[in-house]
Design a protein around this ligand. Structure first.
Ligand SMILES: Cc1cc2nc3c(=O)[nH]c(=O)nc-3n(C[C@H](O)[C@H](O)[C@H](O)COP(=O)(O)OP(=O)(O)OC[C@H]3O[C@@H](n4cnc5c(N)ncnc54)[C@H](O)[C@@H]3O)c2cc1C
Length: 286
């Protein structure tokens, strides 16, 4: 496994994100998705970490499964909300034991559908980064919010907090967005603040606009009206996928021409649209 920092210094990366499924049906779907997408040999695969409950153990289980089934670098997400330093240490030690070298360090959100988590020992993702830098030799990524974090007091504060965090990291991955201008202007703001860290754009091939809208409500951001209308007026799933994939392909091509260091795809644990997207971009499984 190669460190993500090294992969980024060598070439443009392409990567996927998976999340722990909530049901048996979801588990089967993820397994099939892996069968379809792993043969594309992504540079790395990230696995999200739930803010509470059983999905925390599931992240570790999926990471182990991926370690067995692919040579791609695996990037576990780690949220610090509700965690003590000792809990973080114990989890990181388990990751190190199985050969993990890269972590996406996040704050996380309070769960919407279960009891609130206790405060924890870390107030912000930057404090988790400091802790991990002091105690471990890992490649560290962070989240970037190109349209601003919804809880930030002002746009300026948000850009200042994000720049301190991204400067301290080896790479950042953005929340998904649909307009290249959001990415370009965010990168310009980071550059003005002397941030040289690679910022990998996150792209979602939308096939289910209601699902994406729910995510936007939580994470902030905007969904272009035209894309929303085109997907909603599609007559069936095949047409929806055609519209969503074509939009994502055009956006990715623009991003790569503009010098993006990689592309992080959010397949939403489904393979169909991502497979079509990869084929359009000239990737093939092997
Ligand atoms: C690529 C990506 C992957 C993600 N993966 C997961 C996941 O696996 N699990 C999950 O639960 N969530 C995940 N999230 C969501 C993320 O946890 C939430 O967006 C969360 O609200 C913010 O996390 P952060 O790491 O950006 O937090 P932070 O950078 O800590 O920011 C959180 C808030 O604190 C403010 N802030 C930061 N520093 C300061 C300071 N010094 N003083 C005052 N205010 C400050 C910021 O402006 C912001 O409003 C992901 C997001 C992205 C973009």
């Amino acid at each position: 496994m190669t460190l993500i920092a090294d992969l980024l210094s060598q070439d443009t990366t392409f990567s996927f994100e998976f999340y722990p499924p909530r049901s048996e049906k979801g588990t089967k779907q993820l397994m099939t998705t892996m069968e379809h997408l792993l043969p594309y040999n992504p540079s790395f695969i990230s696995v999200t970490y739930g803010a509470g409950g059983s999905s925390r153990q599931q992240t570790l289980d999926i990471v182990k499964e991926l370690k067995h089934n692919t040579r791609s670098t695996i990037l576990p997400h780690l949220t610090c909300i509700g965690h003590t330093r000792n809990e973080i240490k114990s989890l990181i030690n388990q990751y190190i034991d199985i050969g993990i070298t890269d972590i996406l360090a996040l704050h996380g959100d309070q769960p919407k559908d279960s009891v609130a988590l206790p405060e924890g020992d870390f107030r912000f993702a930057t404090e988790l980064i400091d802790f991990l830098r002091t105690n471990y030799d890992l490649t560290l990524g962070v989240a970037a919010h190109t349209e601003g974090h919804p809880a930030a007091s002002t746009r300026l504060n948000d850009l200042d907090h994000q720049s301190s965090k991204i400067r301290a990291a080896d790479f950042a991955i953005t929340q998904f967005f649909f307009d290249i201008d959001h990415y370009i202007s965010f990168c310009n703001e980071m550059e003005k603040r002397n941030v040289g860290t690679p910022i990998i754009p996150g792209i979602i091939p939308v096939t289910n606009p209601a699902e994406v809208n729910r995510m936007i409500e939580l994470a902030g951001g905007t969904f272009p009206k035209k894309l929303w209308e085109e997907i909603n007026s599609a007559r069936n799933q095949e047409e929806r996928q055609f519209v969503g994939v074509n939009y994502a392909v055009q956006l990715i091509k623009q991003l790569l021409s503009a010098g993006a260091p990689g592309i992080h795809i959010y397949p939403m644990n489904r393979w169909q649209a991502t497979e079509e997207l990869l084929e359009h971009l000239g990737f093939s499984p092997h």
